[in-house]
Design a protein around this ligand. Structure first.
Ligand SMILES: [Fe+2]
Length: 207
């Protein structure tokens, strides 16, 4: 039952990412591993985020997550994706959680150099400007959220608007009142950490 539930989430995520060719990297007929379920924190926030996913075009994924999110292994990033002592900010540290669908440890599908998962950020969080060698794809399931690239002006994008970050491109995300929940993928060079890129306007980003 647990495995079926995870497979349903996997297939719905794969279908959402394949739409318009956003990302076709998820293995088609993978072997599914056993996952130790974990929701270490933010359970209610996750439920709020899932409730905020629009039915169109995400009805299948919304339904699969609503009934099965607790079967995934959710983790808080306490800087593990960054170099030591990176200045990610308290908002990010206390307001993030992710669950991998494809990765290396405690994931439904194991792959060497591919990460695909779900990423949660709490309302009123600034995910500070950063960069990484991995090419990155986001498919936000909620919205709108604010984005900026290479320190240019902030732009709001709704749920379903894919975001492509080229290797080394500096990007930041700001979350308003709706929690941020997105599918994300790192499609190569996943072993290299993120690097925070300092900006002098972080205090102003959330108004
Ligand atoms: Fe990124």
């Amino acid at each position: 039952m647990t495995k079926q539930s995870i497979q349903r989430i996997y297939r719905a995520a794969q279908s959402a990412l394949q739409t318009d060719g956003i990302c076709t990297a998820m293995p088609i007929n993978p072997a599914f591993e056993t996952v130790i379920p974990a929701v270490p924190t933010h359970d209610r926030l996750l439920q709020t985020a899932i409730a905020a996913i629009p039915e169109r075009p995400f009805a299948d994924l919304k339904s699969a997550l609503a009934t099965g999110y607790q079967n995934l292994h959710w983790r808080v990033d306490d800087g593990g994706y960054y170099n030591n002592n990176a200045n990610v900010g308290e908002g990010y540290k206390t307001g993030n959680m992710h669950a991998l669908l494809v990765g290396q440890q405690n994931c439904p599908v194991v792959a060497d150099d591919l990460l695909v998962g779900l990423f949660l950020l709490a309302p009123r969080t600034l995910y500070r400007d950063h960069k990484h060698p991995a090419p990155e794809i986001y498919l936000p399931l909620t919205g709108p959220h604010g984005w900026r690239f290479n320190m240019s002006d902030w732009q709001d994008h709704p749920a379903g608007h894919p975001i492509f970050n080229a290797p080394g491109e500096v990007h930041a995300t700001r979350v308003y009142d709706t929690p941020f929940l997105a599918l994300f993928a790192w499609t190569q060079d996943t072993q290299y950490p993120c690097e925070v890129v300092p900006a002098d306007d972080w205090d102003l980003a959330l108004g």
